[in-house]
Ligand binder design. Structure first.
Ligand code: 6PG
Length: 243
């Protein structure tokens, strides 16, 4: 990979990927002080990880009362809609493990995506305790990410003006490039970058082509998304082209 702070880790398969991601998450929580914040991701890639975190062995290793859970983007659908990213995370692990006050969903019951974005940004700033993100004090310990077939990440799509946002922490996105074609709310690149580690989860042969494009340095959102500290691409052998 092209710089010291971004590296790729290849594991055998999706099961190994979930285990490796869970171990990293637990390590980041352990090193994250009294109130570690984790930013979750949507899509199908994190589902095994989420299920794993709710199993007895993993559940027992997380100090649930301390950890705060956010989400990098959501679809502007009601919280109980099957497409809602935080809804998926809640059903797979959070509702069984985390205190409700530690689960910080994008308020998709708001009147419109702009309002939801504004409210989430306010919630993030309050949690952070300031309006200026400092490199020495990242917003999140860990940010999970996925990559879509067009190279989008979170709900930041190729060529979107949202990619250039430098002030806002959260934006509304009127049109999605890929299914589901519903408006989105997304953290911006600077907000996502404010973490000790950004961890991409990439599995399956369907990801091989887009992964190769990102790694080749094409101008794609997933390639632009970086942590101010460490960025790791956790990739299975099929996606890496080694299976
Ligand atoms: C979303 C996501 C999105 C996702 C990628 C990968 O709301 O859809 O947050 O950025 O991570 O599209 O999705 P898959 O894991 O389903 O391939």
């Amino acid at each position: 990979m092209d710089d010291v702070n971004r590296h790729i880790v290849v594991v055998a398969d999706p099961a190994a990927l979930a285990v490796a991601a869970a171990e990293r998450l637990i390590a980041r929580v352990a090193a994250g002080g009294s109130r570690p914040a984790i930013c979750l991701t949507g899509g199908s890639s994190p589902k095994r990880l989420y299920e794993l975190l709710a199993t007895e062995n993993y559940k027992a290793r997380i100090p649930w009362d301390c950890v705060h859970w956010f989400i990098g983007d959501d679809r502007f659908v009601s919280p109980d809609d099957p497409l809602n990213n935080m809804g998926i995370a809640r059903r797979l692990f959070l509702d069984r493990c985390a205190p409700p006050e530690n689960i910080h969903a994008i308020p998709t019951s708001s009147s419109d995506p702009q309002t939801a974005a504004r409210l989430y940004e306010k919630a993030l700033r309050m949690f952070y305790g300031g309006d200026v993100l400092s490199q020495n004090h990242p917003l999140f310990e860990l940010v999970l990410m996925g990559v879509g077939p067009d190279g989008h990440t979170a709900s930041l799509f190729p060529k979107s003006p949202a990619l250039h946002e430098q002030e806002k922490w959260v934006v509304s996105v009127d049109h999605a490039n890929v299914e589901p074609f519903v408006p989105r709310v997304s953290l911006t690149l600077p907000a996502l970058a404010s973490c000790r580690e950004m961890l991409f989860l990439v599995a399956g042969v369907d990801k091989r082509a887009i992964l190769a494009r990102v790694m080749a340095g094409e101008d794609l959102p997933a390639g632009l998304a970086r942590s101010q500290h460490d960025t790791t691409w956790l990739v299975d052998a099929s996606a890496a082209g080694r299976a």
